[in-house]
Design a protein around this ligand. Sequence first.
Ligand code: 5GP
Ligand code: MG
Length: 177
Amino acid sequence: MNSQPKLRILLTRHEIEGTITRLAGELNRDYQGKHPLLLGVLKGSFMFMADLIRRLDFPLEVEFIRLASYGRGRESSGRIKVVQGLRAPIRGRDVLVIEDIVDTGRTTSFLLDYLRRKRSASVKLCALTDKPSRRQVPVTIDYLGCTVPDKFIVGYGLDWDEKFRYLPDICFVEFED
Ligand code: 5GP
Ligand code: MG
């Protein structure tokens, strides 16, 4: 049987908008006079990136990277690889990683280490959501949107099996056993 999961709104589009306005204010304060590279982690961060950067008032560049963890399902396996790499050199650059969610922390911590090894001037992390109850690897989130409970969330770029990315609100999925 192919039953549809039930979706319940966790963060409305208005709450997301307010959160992004606050984050943009923090970034506008901290990145004045700099020219950072904003590095979105595909695919989940595309909508967040688009809404965030139009509120920023300093010169910046946009890049994307795509990572994959081996294995399938709802959890990252911990073995991460770069599927689509950086096109721009980042040595000496201020890099701001844009993430949709930090869950176990494995993906983000892999990426931050990878970027630091490339001798960027600075690497900071801006994450729209954080699920701290699931953390397995410590990650410092320099700019955090919202903390979310230990539920699987979709919408606003986040998918479940490539579905629901287009939803304007962030919802959680109620799985039926
Ligand atoms: P981590 O390596 O921190 O466990 O997980 C990172 C990735 O797992 C996220 O970038 C995201 O792609 C996926 N992920 C973790 N939790 C969720 C969730 O609640 N919803 C969705 N859609 N993806 C998640
Ligand atoms: Mg992600």
